[in-house]
Design a protein around this ligand. Structure first.
Ligand code: F6P
Length: 545
């Protein structure tokens, strides 16, 4: 990172802490207490971050001077903080029903949201009872396919998998997202079209991947009914802010569930976008998810920065990104049920925070979103942890663990958690050359020293541990809301609009131009750059072989 992209007000703290190993910082138990906090089912342990009290205070003074409470309150109240699209950002209103604090969101929005929840609840109940015909749905449904991409896929996908122990019997969930026809092909060879309910989720109802996949499944179901359009429609629901487009695509308006402009795709799990989840876990559990998120909303709205989990998480990211110059962060859940968390966070964080100008169009001087990556532990330990322990780059990690598993294989669970704790400890403490030398028993002095050098761990590598009491609808809601508010805080601190995503547009428009050159409707490729032209030619050349 170039020096000018670092936060200068933190420089003295970085310099001081460069001379202190995490091994020594961890000896201070009072410091540890200041860096460990709980909100409901979530324990956040930041004690393995390379921070001391003075650095934390400097970060606290920075956030306090930033006017974060006013910015936060403006979001909850429905101000148009997504300025490039002149939209409010009201995903918190979607779960306001579970809040202890009164919602300042516009009454009209709250009413629309409650009406939608009632509608979803009635549908979920009817499907559960086996007769959803009043909702336009065919009888005998056994499989639900959610078609969507980005925010119209990642949230429900994450939550449906994470909450597998809460699934209602008799319904299976599937997710079709990529435009690669392979997945649609496989689904069509697995499922019975007459027993499949397809939910087409697209806020805009213009997304290429979703509409293509929707069309493929519509043709498949249509074949099962000899083209009877009414019968086919009974296998489709839609979730969209663009009811007219959904209707003209073939979903009757009464079967379209709402999205609103005031909810961004990556923040939309709590809306009808979560319909496939509500069907999978039932409305009681879906409401519990909302309530879990609402508790974190209340916490975010009321706790001082020193105890405010989303604020603390954002300050640690600011510290690692802008003071320490770390360009990526690994997210490693020690829970197979949270397999999809990393990809969910990739969209939430990188689509929100991967920006380089202010809402006024001025270049921003600090680095923004780190690359978020990772996968479940312990598998990750056997893949890339070598580089995290002994590689030349320092990558901050986020470990996520669950205290009480949803199964009774306690020995497995103890092994899982012991690995999580061990990795966080090993990264922080490391192993000195002398410790490694003392362990090296074989060979002469010089061979022992050579081996010891390779078995030395620098340590001093930062990590965060997030522990959930158990993985439940409530704690999952809380966890996701924690990350949402962290993203909000970073957008605020970095001075960027976290709620638009113009950076996805250029590639989409070039793809639209290239498509005719591949499907044969455009012969003249002269307008493309030379590399694109050569690859188009290579594809054509090999297609027929
Ligand atoms: O291309 C990015 C994006 O616009 C995301 O922000 C969004 O979640 C996704 O595409 C899907 O959009 P839609 O719900 O409109 O199909």
């Amino acid at each position: 990172m170039s020096p000018e992209r670092r936060s200068s007000f933190l420089a003295e703290h970085v310099d001081r802490l460069a001379r202190t190993h995490l091994r020594d910082l961890l000896k201070d138990t009072a410091r540890g207490k200041r860096l460990r906090h709980r909100a409901g089912p979530i324990l956040l342990d930041l004690s393995r971050q390379k921070l001391d009290e003075a650095a934390l205070e400097a970060l606290g003074a920075h956030v306090e001077a930033s006017g974060w409470q006013a910015a936060r309150d403006a979001m909850f109240a429905g101000a148009s903080i997504n300025t490039s699209e002149q939209r409010a950002v009201l995903h918190t209103a979607l779960r306001a029903s579970g809040s202890q604090l009164a919602s300042p969101a516009p009454r009209e929005a709250l009413e629309q949201i409650e009406q939608a929840l009632q509608r979803i609840g009635a549908l979920v109940q009817a499907v559960g009872q086996g007769d959803a015909s009043p909702f336009g749905v065919a009888p005998g449904i056994t499989d639900i396919v959610n078609i969507g991409i980005g925010g119209s896929d990642l949230g429900p996908r994450l939550a449906v998998r994470a909450l597998a122990p809460f699934h209602v019997p008799g319904l299976r969930s599937h997710f079709l997202t990529n435009v690669d026809g392979q997945s649609a092909y496989e689904l069509m060879h697995t499922l019975d079209p007459r027993r499949t309910l397809v939910i087409v989720v697209s806020k805009t109802f213009t997304t290429q991947e979703t509409l293509l996949n929707g069309g493929v499944l519509r043709d498949w179901i249509s074949r099962a009914y000899d083209g009877d359009a009414e019968a086919v429609a009974r296998h489709f629901l839609a979730v969209s802010a663009n009811v007219a487009a959904a209707e003209s695509w073939g979903v009757p308006a009464a079967q379209v569930y709402p999205m609103w402009d005031f909810v961004g795709g990556r923040f939309s799990l709590w809306s009808a976008v979560g319909l496939s989840l509500a069907l999978a876990i039932g409305m009681y559990n879906f409401r519990a998810l909302l309530a879990g998120a609402a508790k974190v909303d209340d916490h975010f709205r009321s706790a001082p920065w020193q105890e405010n989990l989303p604020v603390l998480l954002s300050l640690v990211e600011l510290w690692n990104r802008n003071a320490q110059g770390r360009s990526s962060r690994a997210v490693v859940p020690y829970a197979d049920l949270l397999t999809d968390l990393t990809s969910y966070l990739q969209q939430l964080e990188m689509e929100s925070l991967g920006k380089q100008v202010t809402p006024q169009g001025q270049p921003i001087t600090q680095s923004t979103s780190p690359v978020v990556w990772g996968s479940v532990g312990t598998n990750a330990q056997h893949a890339y942890f070598q580089a995290l322990h002994q590689g030349t780059d320092v990558v901050p990690l986020e470990f996520i663990g669950v205290v009480r598993p949803a199964h009774d294989l306690q020995a497995n669970h103890d092994a899982l958690l012991s690995n999580l704790l061990a990795q966080a400890a090993a990264l922080a403490l490391g192993k000195t050359f002398d410790e490694a030398l003392a362990e090296a028993k074989d060979g002469d002095e010089s061979a022992r020293r050579v081996l010891a050098a390779q078995r030395t761990f620098p340590g001093d590598r930062p990590s965060t541990v997030i522990m959930l009491d158990a993985l439940t609808p409530e704690s999952l809601g809380a966890l996701i809301a924690l990350y949402e508010h962290k993203v909000f805080m970073l957008g605020h601190l970095w001075g960027i609009n976290a709620f638009d995503q113009w950076g996805v547009e250029l590639g989409k428009s070039i793809a639209r131009q290239i498509l005719p050159a591949l499907d044969g409707s455009l012969d003249d490729t002269a307008s493309f750059d030379s590399a694109t032209r050569a690859l188009i030619e290579a594809i054509h050349e090999r297609r027929t072989k």
